[in-house]
Design a protein around this ligand. Structure first.
Ligand code: ADP
Ligand code: MG
Ligand code: MG
Ligand code: MG
Ligand code: MG
Length: 628
């Protein structure tokens, strides 16, 4: 996310009147960029990661932790080197860029400058991630630590915030979390409130609870204030929003307060970006399952391992009509997914693409589609944009309504950046050197920088192999969606199968047999199928790619360590973060086999997260003999 614009954000009652204005100008802004930059060639590979952290206060004496809402006090210090560099006060590039995130307890860091195309760059990633963690630690309040847990296990439980606040805020109206948990910049409380206002109810998040031996059946959560009468929306819990046998959450923070690991690549031109977007889409659910690290929500063990559906539900602004619950009257479409979800349409026009892969009944704005195609955009890309633009802009700043569409991309970005999908096709910003990019967004952040570097490097090398060998990962997009659902299952890596394509070397084929796909284990997808005509596997493909380059031995050894970690996670030899955290809870002496993750267990989880990241605690079941 770039620097945030300042101004007066409109209440939904006013904002919705300008939705068409923002959409129309947003499309004009895209067209300006498209016409200027569509033929641009020879951009170099540049890429970078984003890592998000939660900041937790650890009280060693009381063996207690609280989520620290004080990140905005320390952020300016972290950002100073970037400001100095941008102001020309120093020629030294900052070691890292720091950004606020949705939660007031969250931090996001990226490398100071994007990485280039060399193998040497890949070797620096882990060092850079470690120095970022060190930097963050160096500015913390006493007792605060940044950890790369996906979420705070007891977010939404009483007495878990410092400073303390009661859940009585107007923006989210949550029964569990206060508004003070939200980034204070006006955009974020407005986004939160406008999602609720547009939807007509609070967001409804329900993740299945893990039924342990002492968990009541049915599980009716005694910690929900069922009879609260502070806001009109309070009655929703009783009326069905809070489902039995589920962990119920009712605020955006439960989702957007989760941390992920994202990778952005600059492609050499628009066609390559579109190709990468398509090829990475079927990879996204696979990597969600493999990086799964979220088995706990609001103080309970869940029967899922990953965060994605929680975030999807946490920003689901669709009305009852759009969700198909009431007949269409005020809205235009029934929409199958939240704004935060897996992609709905492939966009590449290279010769491996076939229409049959786009097998979802895509909802898109026909007028926008017509405008784009009349202006020279091809049907596939036009459909993609006309699909993103079925959404309403949620936050509109009054002062920014009038833009110069030849210079600004504000209105375009308003819709683009609130379609949070598994992969994102990023056009160049106006008046910049930056090219066409693709962002890979499904991965969960890992406890250690060793793992975060390994997964980042793995994705970079996979894209190199895709481009170098012309790999074809296409399967029907409905199967990618099915894989997204599977990826949430507890222990999906070892227990489940995922749809994947068998023959990935079939460019230009007209033979449908070449397009076969089947359900494969994670081990087969990552390490390869044994049979001659089977899928060769991500890791063997990457090693073949590395064999075709003249990489030096030292670098190759380092990269091989990363690839081995991924390979051993996929085979089940090493645990996912989710399995490790689940085991930590289940084996904890204070755990009563009732699914409750208590304050003392949370303390040990946070301590373990920090100690493992610092290399002070060895966890061979998670990391093998690798030295983080
Ligand atoms: P957002 O939050 O919108 O996804 P960020 O600015 O937080 O984006 O992160 C973008 C990532 O892309 C960073 O890791 C950065 O290093 C990387 N990056 C920056 N410039 C380029 C570029 N020209 N091409 C590819 N990646 C880039
Ligand atoms: Mg970012
Ligand atoms: Mg506590
Ligand atoms: Mg972020
Ligand atoms: Mg990002």
């Amino acid at each position: 996310m770039g620097l945030l614009s300042l101004g007066t954000p409109l209440h939904w009652n006013d904002a919705h009147k300008y939705a068409d204005h923002v959409r129309t100008h947003g499309i004009d802004q895209f067209l300006t960029i498209y016409k200027q930059r569509k033929d641009q060639k020879k951009q170099n590979l540049l890429w970078g990661d984003e890592i998000e952290y939660i900041v937790v206060n650890v009280d060693e004496e009381k063996h207690n932790t609280k989520l620290s809402l004080r990140v905005f006090d320390i952020l300016p210090g972290l950002q100073q080197p970037e400001l100095d560099y941008n102001a020309g006060k120093t020629s030294e590039a900052p070691p890292a860029l720091w950004r606020p995130e949705y939660g007031r307890y969250m931090l996001e860091s990226t490398p100071g400058l994007p990485y280039g195309a060399t193998f040497r760059d890949l070797v620096q990633v882990e060092t850079n991630m470690k120095s970022r963690r060190r930097l963050a630690k160096s500015v913390m309040y006493p007792g605060d630590v940044p950890v790369t847990l996906v979420n705070y296990p007891r977010l939404g439980c009483p007495d878990e915030l410092i400073p303390a606040h009661e859940p009585n805020g107007q923006a989210c109206q949550s029964m569990f979390v206060p508004d003070e948990i939200i980034n204070p910049h006006a955009r974020f409380p407005t986004l939160t409130a406008n999602i609720r206002r547009r939807r007509g109810s609070k967001v409804e998040i329900n993740m299945p609870i893990y039924h342990d031996t002492n968990t009541p059946r049915p599980f009716i959560d005694p910690t929900i204030p069922w009879d609260r009468d502070m806001f009109d929306h309070d009655k929703e819990a009783k009326l069905g929003a809070a489902k039995p046998d589920h962990i119920h959450m009712d605020a955006m923070a439960f989702g957007m307060g989760c941390c992920c690991l994202q990778i952005t690549f600059q492609a050499c031109n628009i066609d390559e970006a579109r190709r990468l977007y398509d090829q990475l889409a079927p990879v996204a659910p696979i990597m969600l399952a493999l990086t799964a690290a979220t088995p706990i929500f609001r103080g309970y063990l869940a029967d899922v391992d990953s965060r994605w559906n929680v975030i999807a539900a946490s920003v689901d602004d669709r009305t009852r009509e759009e969700r198909g619950l009431d007949p269409l009257k005020n809205n235009r479409w029934v929409i199958n997914k939240s704004r935060y979800d897996s992609i709905d349409t492939y966009i590449s026009t290279d010769d491996t693409y076939k229409d049959k892969y786009n097998d979802l009944d895509l909802v898109y704005d026909k007028d926008i589609y017509n405008k784009l195609t009349n202006d020279g955009v091809d049907p596939l890309l036009a459909r993609h944009l006309a699909h993103l633009f079925i959404r309403d802009p949620l936050v509109i700043f009054e002062e920014l309504l009038e833009q110069d569409d030849s210079k600004s991309s504000d209105h375009f970005e308003n819709l683009q950046s609130t379609n949070w999908q598994t992969v994102r096709f990023k056009p160049p910003p106006p008046n910049s050197e930056i090219g066409w990019r693709v962002e890979f967004r499904s991965m969960e952040v890992q406890l250690t920088d060793f793992e975060n570097a390994a997964f980042s490097v793995f994705i970079v090398l996979l894209t190199r192999a895709i481009l170098s060998f012309g790999l074809n990962f296409y399967i029907p997009i409905s199967k990618v969606d099915e894989n997204m659902r599977t990826a949430h299952h507890r222990g999906a890596v070892t227990n489940d199968k995922f749809y994947f394509r068998k023959n990935v070397f079939t460019s230009k084929s007209t033979n449908d047999d070449d397009d076969a796909f089947e359900q494969m284990t994670m081990n087969e997808i990552v390490n390869g199928q044994p049979q001659e005509d089977g899928f060769p596997g991500f890791i063997p493909l990457i090693h073949n790619y590395l064999n075709s380059t003249n990489i030096d031995i030292e670098t190759r050894c380092k990269l091989t360590k990363y690839l081995d970690l991924i390979s051993r996670r996929a085979s089940g030899e090493l645990m996912t973060g989710a399995t490790y955290l689940r085991q930590l809870v289940m084996q904890h002496p204070d755990y009563k086999h009732d699914s409750v993750v208590s304050s003392s267990i949370t303390y040990d989880i946070v301590k373990a997260a920090d100690d493992i990241a610092e290399g002070k605690l060895r966890v061979p079941e998670l990391l093998g003999d690798f030295d983080p």
